[in-house]
Design a protein around this ligand. Structure first.
Ligand code: YSA
Length: 344
């Protein structure tokens, strides 16, 4: 009898596919009116011998059936919960939030691509610099009046006290030829020196990067902004090369409508020096300093000034972005207003 119950149960459980049928099966085999329950209940009417024989077997079968039913119950529940996730087409979709690329990142990438297409290599340098690379090697020795062109964030370092001191007028004064005062770079030009120290001409590079100046903020000046340095060094490099590179760069970045002009200027690390302005409405906006690399700069990196010539430029990336995207105030780039960023 028990064998028969076991056989039928084993067969039927295999065909169960949902919770309702499983419950019916449980009632059929373990319910009050089930054959097994009847057997267990009638044990008391059996002889002792029979009771001893059938009792444990019936209990064992009951346990087995319970275990199998529980296992099946778990299986069906797990299947059901998976099904719900997969097929609940009434659930509202989740909106995917897309980030935006900052306009300065966007224009920098575009500028990189333009110069890469003109065979320039992209180089980077440190934002925390020392006085030697930011000034001295660029022909701006201590106390040179041109240092005032770059209002500097100086950093307090231990080496400062070793090699520099504050003089009677409260000015920073170098007391050793090996001084190494640290600062936040005021322009990307120090990377010119770093690159030339470790590479031989001919080459043409650009250096995009963040720079810092301790100066008053207004619509076109920030204390933290971005520059792109350019440097071409070779045997027959001239200002004509500079003009053609810059013209092509502007045409690729702004299209043919842009109006710009070259104007004589002064930087200690070039001779001659010039600046480039772009026309904005009725006004001109200064965007770039440039010139022929000064002999003293070549001396500092141990190039022979009689053998090589170079042109260099430093352009404000923020100003280029202001022109390209028609942004009236540089501060918009840095105030973190998402309404502004989301337009790009
Ligand atoms: C000049 C000659 C070279 O051979 C190479 C590079 C240079 C540029 C030089 N290193 C320099 O920094 N010149 S600069 O002070 O006139 O700055 C260059 C450009 O950076 C400016 O034309 C302007 O576009 C941008 N700039 C300067 N100060 C800024 C600024 N942009 C935003 N905020 C400021 N405070």
């Amino acid at each position: 009898m028990l064998e028969k119950i076991k056989k039928f149960f084993s067969k039927e459980i295999k065909e169960i596919g949902d919770l309702k049928n499983l419950e019916q099966l449980r009632v059929k085999y373990l319910g009050r009116k089930s054959e097994l329950t009847q057997i267990l209940r009638s044990l008391k009417n059996f002889s002792i011998e029979k009771r001893r024989k059938i009792g444990p077997q019936a209990q064992k079968l009951k346990k087995e059936i319970e275990i199998i039913l529980t296992k099946k119950l778990k299986e069906l529940k797990a299947k059901n919960s998976k099904l719900k996730v997969d097929i609940d087409i009434t659930r509202p979709g989740e909106k995917i939030k897309l980030g935006h690329i900052h306009p300065l990142t966007k224009i920098e990438e575009e500028i990189r691509q333009i110069f890469l297409s003109m065979n320039f290599s992209v180089v980077e340098g440190p934002e925390v610099e020392n006085e030697h690379y930011n000034f001295d090697a660029l022909n701006i020795p201590p106390n040179h009046p041109a240092r005032d062109m770059w209002d500097t964030f100086w950093l307090k370092t231990q080496t400062n006290t070793d090699y520099t001191q504050i003089d009677t007028e409260g000015l920073y004064k170098s007391v050793s030829s090996q001084y190494k005062s640290m600062l936040l770079r005021t322009h990307t030009s120090p990377v010119q020196i770093r690159y030339m120290e470790t590479h031989n001409p001919p080459f043409q590079i650009i250096v995009p990067g963040r720079v810092f100046r301790y100066e008053a903020i207004d619509a076109s000046h920030e204390i933290n902004f971005y520059q792109l340095e350019g440097l071409i060094v070779g045997e027959n490099v001239s200002l004509a090369n500079f003009k053609s590179v810059i013209e092509e760069f502007f045409r690729k970045l702004f299209g043919n409508k842009i109006e710009f002009r070259f104007r004589p200027s002064y930087f200690p690390f070039v001779e001659p020096g010039l600046e480039v302005d772009i026309k904005l409405g009725k006004d001109w906006l200064e965007i770039m300093g440039a010139g022929m690399v000064h002999r003293k700069v070549f001396d500092a990196v141990r190039y022979n000034p009689n053998e090589v010539r170079g042109i260099a430029f430093g352009v404000g990336i923020d100003r280029l972005a202001m022109i390209k995207y028609n942004i009236p105030d540089i501060r918009l780039f840095y105030n973190g207003d998402l309404r502004f960023i989301k337009q790009f």
